[in-house]
Design a protein. Structure first.
Ligand code: PLP
Length: 424
């Protein structure tokens, strides 16, 4: 195969006709395939459904002397705190166990900063003239939407293979109106990269001009390897504490992709001073989260080692799906030199950079042929990718046979949009 950029106009014309024919055939099949969201597949959900066989005896409703069916324990069951602390490498006193979704806890933390201010805020953020927010991108669309919804000004920060561009971050935080930053430090959404030790050190050592700078550390994929062994990862709370920044960071995690999305448990972890401050606000908001589900998860997951053995079983399902996508891209796209992509070993996504100016067109062609992808641009603040290049592929939901069809269609659409861009 000749790279598209090196073809003669005549060769390109021939290729365009051939690929257009393939596209028409695929479209005529009337398929309906989805690679849009990082949802576990049915096989994974079936695998953990024995969760509901637990809690059949009265004794199982008691944890550390607490009847989990009753009010109490605002910050979560001690055993659930121990479980998350074990997984994240922090201390149980630093953990607040919440409800079914970490995104809700993230939204709520930003919301509290806005309405009440954080521990070190001179005033609630709603009284600030401008609030600016750092968004490493490509990144997670829902993060960006949270901070956009409060009217913050979103500042894109380029992602590198090691994490966010720290020169850009260190420069930006000299502005006191820059109040925070999103991070997905392990198997980032969508790049699937792991922040390097040096990037983590520089983040933990930051000296932002804002006294109430909020480092959002969304460790959503902390134990989500689908290839190879579990990769150890530093505890951001102690890293920040080492530089006198213990109150700067809030870490988040959940069991959404360990047990069931929307029916799992979530947590935030922070300094004890932050915990005291937030508990005073949270106790007005709720008497407590669902401790029955917390207990179910404690009994089911037990501890980090046992949870990691469950993650190996998820990996056995997810690994072949990611490999099917990467193999198709290597075979169909790599020789044409029209896109680059990452090769993650964990997380839920593959991030692909198409030829600039072709991502939206590729997305449209996929939709026409029955394949739903995350919207082009979604991985950037305000949904606008300045290069119109990044596309996020989520291979987890469809069974392998469907996924192979979906990625075949994706490759054809990528080729067509590149040929259109190069001129035929
Ligand atoms: N954070 C990241 C980076 C995600 O990719 C996702 C889901 O895709 C979530 C959070 C959502 O987590 P939860 O279900 O705990 O709200």
């Amino acid at each position: 195969m000749i790279p598209y950029g090196k073809m003669t106009p005549q060769e390109r014309r021939g290729e365009y006709e051939r690929v257009s024919g393939e596209f028409a055939d695929l479209k005529a099949r009337g398929l309906k395939l989805n690679m849009a969201r990082g949802k576990p597949g049915k096989e994974q959900l079936d695998m953990v459904s024995d969760l509901f066989e637990l809690m059949r005896t009265p004794e199982e409703y008691v944890s550390d002397g607490v009847d989990v069916r009753n009010y109490g324990e605002l910050s979560g069951l001690p055993a659930a705190k121990r479980l998350f602390a074990d997984i994240l490498g922090c201390r149980p006193e630093q953990v607040f166990v919440g409800g079914n979704a970490s995104l809700q806890l993230m939204y709520d933390t930003v919301s509290k900063a806005y309405t009440h201010g954080l521990l070190h805020s001179p005033q609630p953020w709603c009284r600030e003239k401008t609030v600016k927010w750092l968004c490493p991108c490509p990144g997670y669309d829902r993060h960006f939407m949270v901070t956009e919804s409060f009217g913050f000004e979103l500042i894109p920060v380029p992602m590198t293979a090691e994490g966010p561009d720290m020169d850009a971050v260190e420069q930006a935080i000299q502005d006191p109106s820059v109040k925070g930053m999103w991070n997905v430090p392990k198997y980032s959404n969508p790049d699937g990269i792991i922040y390097s030790a040096e990037v983590i050190r520089r983040i933990a050592a930051m000296k932002p001009a804002a006294p109430d700078f909020l480092l959002m550390w969304d460790n959503a994929y902390c134990i989500h390897e689908f290839e190879g062994d579990y990769v150890e990862f530093p505890d951001i709370l102690s890293e920040c504490a080492r530089y006198g920044n213990e109150d700067m960071v809030f870490e988040f995690a959940s069991t959404s992709k360990v047990t069931m999305p929307g029916a799992g448990i979530s947590c935030f972890a922070c300094s004890e001073a932050n915990m005291e401050y937030l508990k005073k606000l949270l106790t007005i908001q709720t008497i407590g989260f669902d401790k029955v589900n917390q207990q179910r998860h404690v009994l089911y997951l037990k501890d980090k080692a046992h949870t990691l053995s469950l993650m190996k079983r998820h990996a056995a399902v997810l690994g072949p799906k990611f490999r099917a996508v990467l193999d198709a891209l290597d075979r169909e796209i790599a020789p044409l030199e029209i896109a680059q992509w990452q090769r993650p070993k964990g997380g839920y996504f593959i991030s692909l950079n198409a030829m600039p100016g072709t991502a939206r067109r590729t997305w449209e062609l996929c939709r026409e042929a029955g394949v739903t992808l995350t919207g082009a641009g979604a991985t950037f603040p305000y949904g606008k990718d300045p290069a119109d290049s990044n596309l996020r592929i989520a291979p987890s939901l469809p069974p392998v046979a469907e996924l192979e069809q979906a990625i075949a269609i994706f490759c054809v659409c990528l080729k067509l949009s590149a040929l259109e861009k190069l001129g035929v």
